[in-house]
Design a protein around this ligand. Structure first.
Ligand SMILES: *Cc1c(COP(=O)(O)O)cnc(C)c1O
Length: 230
């Protein structure tokens, strides 16, 4: 059975290969290890293997892992965030990957003590089950965010459909990249929008080929909590 360090090595190699295919520099790609499904010990193992960026999708998970790891990591909130949870979460994360509505922006403005680096989540594939603003709404939404000085739009985030059809996945990621290029070219001071948060365990190679700068990888790094190692 493989260890976290072995799996990470393998993933880093796959990222390097994908970068070579796309003529990109692997240093442009940051791995966010999603530790939401494992405990603090496994998360500590990830940090000890050299990963600095950790992703969580619940306040409780953040609590648990921050008490074990603290400032050795940078913290990414990756899931949908309920407005009433903003108060608990916003002061202790470095990046929010799921800004998708004005009410959430308002709440962040009210609760944050310093500007928060946010990704605007975009529903590129248009699936009803996915959150995010539609690509058509994205520019207006991001312009509107200029009213909130606690929000800095560092980039866009999306999730590809859960399918084996590589072309569907690829066109989702490509769509996000094209939107990112349009928005960053607007030169909005509050929205440099240079980053692309896309790619998970099953599709990060395609995402890197299409320009991902942050990949959010869970199970391929951390495995499952029990059963695989004793
Ligand atoms: C859980 C999760 C991931 C990681 O998923 P894996 O398939 O385990 O790599 C990435 N992004 C978001 C938004 C998630 O909720």
């Amino acid at each position: 059975m493989s260890t976290v360090a072995e799996r990470l090595n393998d993933i880093q190699q796959q990222i390097t290969d994908a970068c070579r295919r796309a003529a990109r520099n692997p240093e442009e790609v940051t791995i966010v290890a999603v530790t939401k499904s494992v405990g603090p010990e496994r998360a500590r193992e990830v940090v000890d293997s050299g990963i600095v960026h950790l992703g969580e999708n619940r306040n409780e998970g953040l609590d648990l892992k921050q008490s074990a790891i603290g400032s050795d990591a940078r913290w990414h909130f990756i899931g949908s965030l309920q407005s009433r949870k903003v108060r608990d979460v916003i002061g202790r994360i470095d990046f929010l990957h799921s800004l998708d509505r004005k009410s959430l922006a308002k709440e962040i403005q009210k609760r944050a003590e310093r500007p928060v680096d946010c990704f605007v989540q975009v529903n590129v594939s248009g699936e009803a089950s996915k959150s995010g603003v539609s690509p058509d709404e994205a520019e207006d939404f991001i312009r509107m965010l200029g009213a909130y000085d606690k929000i800095r739009v560092v980039g866009l985030m999306t999730m590809a459909p859960n399918t084996d059809d590589e072309e569907v996945i690829r066109s989702t990621f490509r769509g996000l990249r094209e939107l990112r290029d349009e928005i960053s070219s607007l030169g909005l001071p509050h929205a440099p929008c240079t980053e692309l948060s896309m790619g998970m365990s099953n599709d990060f190679g395609i995402a890197v080929e299409e320009g991902a700068t942050f990949v959010r990888i869970g199970t391929a790094i951390v495995g499952y909590e029990s059963g695989e190692r004793s």
